[in-house]
Write a protein that binds this ligand. Structure first.
Ligand SMILES: Cc1cc2nc3c(=O)[nH]c(=O)nc-3n(C[C@H](O)[C@H](O)[C@H](O)COP(=O)(O)O)c2cc1C
Length: 208
């Protein structure tokens, strides 16, 4: 049974452009996979494991072949449980607002917590190997402005470029992007941009 993981990272879901456009993709995808299951992970309401000294201790204990303390065992179990939500998915949808030309810190927190050796990738003398191979990712990126003339993507896009790199790092090579821009240019531009992006998302859902 196909399974989709939707990672939401806008803290205002009712008004969010990224979530609205991601929902258009998900509805189209679900229509093609009526038996599918969907897991929604809202990074603002999901308790995320802190990646603090305890977690670092757990990481390096394993790397150095030392036993973990009970607290370290617990923190690592939480990290692995988060990782399992990715492993269960055939398609990972990330809806993401642009914040300061990058991504919201809570999404970065989730990525830093879950991107661990033997959870989402392995690493040895042959190099880095992502463990999520064969899956597809869809990044739905919302922005107040438009990338391009005033904000060349090569300099200003630390949103989709970062998430595409991260997907590759964990083994996902098929990454699709849908952008919804100019959400801060007034209601008309916002509505038009959402409509265009939703059409694009629906057509992507029909093709993957
Ligand atoms: C803290 C913060 C920082 C932002 N930084 C940018 C930015 O650097 N570039 C941009 O185009 N829009 C920026 N915006 C505008 C959002 O990207 C825009 O409102 C977008 O629609 C948010 O996505 P959402 O509607 O899914 O929440 C920022 C908004 C906030 C709240």
């Amino acid at each position: 049974m196909p399974h989709l993981l939707h990672i939401q990272s806008s803290p205002r879901p009712q008004r969010s452009a990224s979530i609205e456009v991601a929902q258009a993709f998900i509805e189209g995808w679900r229509a093609r996979h009526p038996q599918a299951s969907i897991d929604t992970l809202d990074v603002w309401t999901t308790p995320l494991p802190e990646f603090d000294g305890e977690a670092l201790g757990a990481k390096y204990a394993a790397l150095e072949g030392n036993p973990r303390s009970p607290a370290q065992v617990q923190v690592w179990a939480n990290i692995e449980a988060l990782g399992q939500r990715f492993h269960r998915a055939d398609v990972v949808v990330i809806s993401v607002p642009m914040w300061n030309f990058g991504i919201p810190y809570r999404l970065k927190h989730m990525i830093d917590a879950v991107s661990q050796k033997d959870v989402l990738f392995t690493f040895d003398e042959r190099g880095l190997l992502g463990l999520l191979g064969g899956r597809k990712a869809v990044v739905v990126a919302a922005r107040g402005v438009a990338l391009g003339e005033n904000f060349p993507a090569a300099e200003f896009d630390h949103q989709t470029s970062y998430l595409t790199m991260w997907a590759r790092m964990v083994g996902i090579t098929e990454v699709h992007t849908v952008s919804v821009e100019k959400t801060l240019f007034g209601p008309e531009a916002d509505t038009a941009s959402r409509a265009q992006a939703k059409a694009e998302a629906a057509s992507l859902a029909a093709s993957i």
